[in-house]
Design a protein around this ligand. Structure first.
Ligand code: SF4
Length: 59
């Protein structure tokens, strides 16, 4: 399981990050996979998490 810091860092860089409507974009102060529509509670449903995380390490 990824750390909270990783979930936030990945969500900030992920182009697939989705929330339900603009209202929620304003409601959530911090982007995190945990509040992304593609997160199922434990993992990324569309399997882009690892790719984004790997990309972060390369910067
Ligand atoms: S849950 Fe998946 S799609 Fe959503 S921000 Fe995280 S890695 Fe990206």
């Amino acid at each position: 399981m990824a750390s909270k810091e990783q979930l936030m860092a990945v969500a900030r860089s992920c182009s697939y990050y989705r929330v339900e409507g603009m209202h929620n974009l304003l409601t959530y102060p911090e982007r995190s996979c945990e509040n992304c529509l593609n997160w199922d509670g434990e993992r990324c449903k569309i399997n882009v998490f690892d790719n984004v995380l790997t990309g972060l390490d390369q910067t």
